[in-house]
Ligand binder design. Structure first.
Ligand SMILES: Cc1cc2nc3c(=O)[nH]c(=O)nc-3n(C[C@H](O)[C@H](O)[C@H](O)COP(=O)(O)O)c2cc1C
Length: 228
C-alpha cells in the first residue's frame, strides 16, 4: 500500500492554510485506500530527537506532500531547516515522490513559481526524490481569513473555493492512481484582479498601508539599509 506523508510547513500550525489544504488531500487519499500520516514541521524541528523522528517518517513514505506558505519569496525557515537536515543526514530518498503545494498572500501565483518552486526542484534533484508536480496557490491567505471568521472548513467555503478544490481533487486523483500531477499556477480570484491597472492600484494601496504601519511602529519608512 502506498504510504503518504503530509509535511505541514507553516509556522502557524493547525490553523494555517497549509494545514487545511493538506488535511483535505490526506482525508480523501485515506478514503482512496492509501496509508496516510502527517507531521507539523514546527513541532519536529526543535531538537535532534524530534528531527530524527521526522526523518524516519520521511524515509518510510512513498509519497511526500509538502504544504507550506511562501515567506519572502522563499521557503519558511523551518522548511529550509528540514531540507538541510535531509541533506546533512544523507536520508535515502531514491524513488520517493515529492509534491510541494505552496500558498502566498498576493493574488499572483507567479510569486511562488518564480523562485521557490525552482528551489524545491533543485532540492528534489539533489537528494534523489522524484518530482510529482507542484501547485502554486495565489491569494491563499484569503481562505485562512474566511475559515477563521466563519469557523467553516476549507471545503465548506462555497463558490470562492471551487477552483482550489478542483485542483486539489485532481492532485488526489492523479497521485492516488500512481500518476504525477502537473505544475500548476492557480489564480483563485476573478480575472480582473490580474489586469495591469488593478495590480498597480493594489500595489499602491498595499505600499501605502505598509508605510503607515511601519511609521506607527517607529520605523524609518524609506530606509535603504543595503544601498551602500
Ligand atoms: C513572514 C512572512 C512572509 C511572507 N512573505 C510573502 C511573500 O513574499 N509573498 C506573498 O505573496 N506572501 C507572503 N506572505 C503571506 C503568506 O505566504 C500567506 O499568508 C500564506 O497563505 C500563509 O499560509 P499559512 O497559513 O499556511 O501559513 C508572507 C507571510 C509572512 C508571515
Amino acid at each position: 500500500m502506498t504510504k503518504v506523508l503530509l509535511l505541514i510547513g507553516s509556522p502557524r500550525g493547525r490553523k494555517s492554510t497549509s494545514a487545511n489544504v493538506g488535511n483535505y488531500i490526506l482525508e480523501k487519499m485515506k478514503e482512496n485506500g492509501l496509508e496516510t500520516n502527517s507531521l507539523l514541521i514546527r513541532n519536529q524541528i526543535s531538537n535532534e530527537e524530534k528531527i530524527s523522528q521526522m526523518l524516519e517518517k520521511i524515509q518510510e513514505a512513498d509519497l511526500i506532500i509538502l504544504t507550506s506558505p511562501l515567506y519572502d519569496d522563499c521557503q519558511p525557515y523551518i522548511v529550509i531547516k528540514t531540507m538541510e537536515k535531509i541533506l546533512e543526514k544523507n536520508v535515502k530518498l531514491d524513488g520517493k515522490k515529492f509534491i510541494p503545494i505552496i500558498s502566498c498572500g498576493f493574488p499572483e501565483p507567479h510569486q511562488i513559481s518564480a523562485v521557490t518552486i525552482p528551489i524545491y526542484r533543485k532540492f528534489v534533484k539533489t537528494v534523489g526524490l522524484k518530482w510529482a508536480g507542484s501547485l502554486a496557490i495565489g491569494g491563499g491567505e484569503m481562505f485562512n481569513r474566511m475559515m477563521q471568521e466563519s469557523g467553516k472548513k476549507l471545503e465548506d467555503l462555497g463558490k470562492v473555493v471551487e477552483k482550489l478544490l478542483n485542483a486539489l481533487n485532481q492532485i488526489i486523483e492523479d497521485l492516488s492512481s500512481g500518476n504525477n500531477y502537473q505544475d500548476v499556477e492557480l489564480r483563485i480570484l476573478p480575472d480582473f484582479w490580474y489586469n495591469k491597472i488593478m495590480v498597480r492600484i493594489v500595489s499602491w494601496m498595499n505600499t501605502k498601508g505598509w508605510k503607515k504601519m511601519a511609521k506607527e511602529k517607529g520605523a524609518q519608512v524609506d530606509a535603504v539599509p543595503y544601498s551602500q
